[in-house]
Design a protein around this ligand. Structure first.
Ligand SMILES: [Cu+2]
Length: 341
């Protein structure tokens, strides 16, 4: 906690290398002017000590949604919507273009800092070669046309600039891009109206970045984590539960140091959730029943009505928060404490 008007000095050795971020963890509750809605966040990039990387320039891309308001969903419960969006704090058309040259390899460090919205990102005529997810190198550096990032997810991707022109790097969904979520990429010597993404297939599969053949791992402990919600009435936020309990009245969930815990994220709700674990990452073991290995993350979108299994090797003793990274969900009970026994 940093007191209002005060300061806190911290010192730490940054590890592991990769793309991280820092942000307020304050509760917002019903006040949409608090917590992650404020944009109180930033990128923390830890460069690898021994790997200079092979790229010609780096670009940091931060997605955020602004001016949140409540809207009633189909069943009458509240959901958060936004008036506008931005990349690096500016709406499309209000920032200087990213300048590139033909043949350059541009390393993009992308963060979705939205309080609640997953986002898609594409750059017409180009593909993203994904090197890392949530800062952790992937087993297979697959090239994809479109990226999907849930709140708090990060993607490190290399783009070879091999299609000269002027383009919008942005949300392929018109309503979000027209609300500001985009930025212009301009090749040297080119000037024309930027080409925006169109007819983009919204397709994303964590398995694309996995080992070609899944490595079978044996867990020491299996930990089911069932996500459910309770309708609290018209004009109210739903209440969220993990194994039937809501934060802050739930008991800590115990981990044993050194053991491989298989977390079974069982999403029995009709929403997708960006599930996040502090201080650790986990390896994806299965998504929708399909096995995988070699994808290490600290946020994973568990789609509505599906199960994701992920292995957590308990190697960093200390109290550890586990929560949905959607601000309105974590504020309404979707949080638990993992404690080393
Ligand atoms: Cu959630």
């Amino acid at each position: 906690m940093t007191p209002a008007g005060g300061s806190t000095l911290v010192q730490f050795t940054p590890r592991p290398a990769g793309l991280h971020w820092y942000h307020t963890h304050a509760m917002a509750g019903h006040d949409l002017k608090l917590g992650l809605f404020t944009g109180q966040s930033g990128v923390l990039h830890v460069a690898a000590a021994n790997d200079p990387g092979s790229y010609d320039q780096q670009q940091f891309i931060v997605l955020h949604d602004w001016e949140p308001y409540y809207s009633a969903s189909g069943d009458g419960s509240l959901m958060v919507m936004y008036v506008c969006g931005s990349i690096n704090g500016r709406m499309l058309g209000y920032d200087a273009p990213i300048q590139v040259r033909g043949g350059q390899r541009v390393l993009f460090h992308i963060l979705n800092a939205s309080a609640t919205e997953p986002h898609w990102l594409s750059l017409p005529g180009h593909r993203f070669k994904v090197l890392a997810l949530d800062g952790a190198p992937v087993a297979t550096e697959a090239s994809v046309e479109t990226l999907r990032l849930g709140p708090a997810e990060r993607v490190t991707a290399l783009v070879t600039m091999d299609t000269p022109g002027v383009f919008v790097l942005g949300e392929p969904r018109d309503e979000f891009r027209n609300a500001g979520m985009g930025t212009v990429v301009e090749y040297a010597g080119r000037s024309s109206k930027p080409v925006a993404p169109r007819d983009v297939k919204l397709q994303w599969d964590y398995r694309a970045f996995a080992d070609p053949k899944p490595v079978v791992r044996k867990p020491d402990v299996i930990m089911p984590l069932v996500f459910t919600s309770r309708f609290k009435g018209h004009g109210a936020l739903d209440q969220w539960m993990i194994n039937g309990k809501s934060w802050p009245t739930s008991e800590p969930i115990l981990l044993r140091e050194g053991l491989r815990h298989r977390l079974v994220f069982d999403n029995r709700s009709t929403d997708d959730h960006p599930i996040h674990l502090h201080r650790h990452n986990f390896e994806l073991i299965s998504v929708r029943g399909a096995a995988l290995s070699g994808v290490h993350k600290d946020v994973v979108i568990v789609e509505a009505g599906t199960i994701v299994e992920a292995d957590l090797v308990a190697n960093n003793p200390g109290d550890t928060l586990f929560h949905c990274h959607q601000q309105d969900h974590m504020d309404s009970g979707f949080m638990a404490l993992f404690r080393y026994s």
